[in-house]
Design a protein around this ligand. Sequence first.
Ligand code: BG6
Length: 463
Amino acid sequence: MKKFPTNFWWGAATSGPQSEGRFAKKHANMFDYWYEIEPEAFYNQVGPDTASNFYNSFREDIALMKKVGLNSVRTSIQWSRLIDDLEANTVNPAAVDFYNQVIDCFIENGIRPIITLHHFDLPVELYHKYGGWESRHVVDLFVGFAEQAFRLFGDRVKDWTTHNEPMVVVDGEYLYQFHYPNLVDGKKAVQVAYNLNLASAKAIAKYRALGLDKDGGRIGIVLNLTPTYAASESAADQEAARFAELWNNKMFLEPAIHGHFPAELEDVLRRDNVIWQTAEEDKEIFKRNTVDFLGVNFYHPNRVKAPDIAPNSVGDWLPTRYFDDYQMPGRRMNIDKGWEIYPKAVYDIAINIRDNYKNIPGYISENGMGVSREERFLDESGQIQDDYRIDFIKEHLEWLHKGIEEGSNCFGYHLWTPIDCWSWTNAYRNRYGFISNDIHTQIKTIKKSGQWFKTVTTQNGLS
Ligand code: BG6
């Protein structure tokens, strides 16, 4: 038996916009709006309006989560639900009531709620009015929203995270066109990355100013750390991997944990004339407001090679002038989602955090496997036999366990996701949950992996 540390978080993660449904929301977030104007951008034209109906069925849903043995669940509070007046930061009473009930229900069921404040779901008005995260004013509005959430729920929620995967906002909205507004603008991407970091540090400052850290509370950030592996030992590939690591990982990891940006990255951005704009006081804000803990989302490794074109090629600045994706021949794939499966990366991440990031307490805040048409795997009793998911989780847990044995300060593992939820433009194409969801009837059924996970959490280990 591979035992895990006492009080290990065995859980799963979701987010407000992907589970609740749009019911009773005053504001539209970026995705609500995008679906309004371009439903065909979403798989089968399924939008976020109903999602998994958590707004109406949270009690039943949480009871199911308890049945699969989860002792902790991460979700997010939607800015576009909680706040009525986005400038004055007044709260919406129905939203306060809803989130109070959800948090209380988690606690009554013995499930620790971990709350994220921003999961790709900026209120779209703030994008149209100010350019969203391009603007420092929006950073301050976010801190106002965070303050309301801390004041309202901080007595019961003891673990907060500022952003979920802020790099996805940079990539999806400003570089690679997979999230509205689908821009390709390297300079704006750089500024957005900076402002997201600043928003996190300022929200952390606010949390501490309210004294919630003295009351057993902690605040962190969730980053998608897909380690960078170079295609070869050649100097050019190694150089490409170095920049990719700086851009994809260290740009968020270093400010969050060390309180400043990597000098090497700043040098490149300065040399290329795309360096972010800062204010005098920012350095001190970053320095003083590093995270208490780190959430790591890991799905697939990032393999890179030297780009085919020279870095000084003519054209607008994009980070990909320094690296290209590398498709490693013979890689093991989850073909449905198009992601490589490489469980050892979890160990590499744990050791990297141990050695280079103060061995800060952390947990795997998302890991998982999106599989299409899971009805293929239904048995006669109507249960999905997702043995591939059990194997996937097991393999990742084994590597995580090795990392912990070697001194990594890891305190939990969360699967994406408890109940199949709405996945942005993929909608319900790929399913990730321990619990399936028939989106036409909203009937939710525990999969084989959910039953299996209950055993793991009960014995706090893997047989
Ligand atoms: C993570 C996000 O990147 O991956 C989730 O935090 C997302 O919000 C999950 O749903 C799965 O990715 P996808 O593309 O299948 O939605």
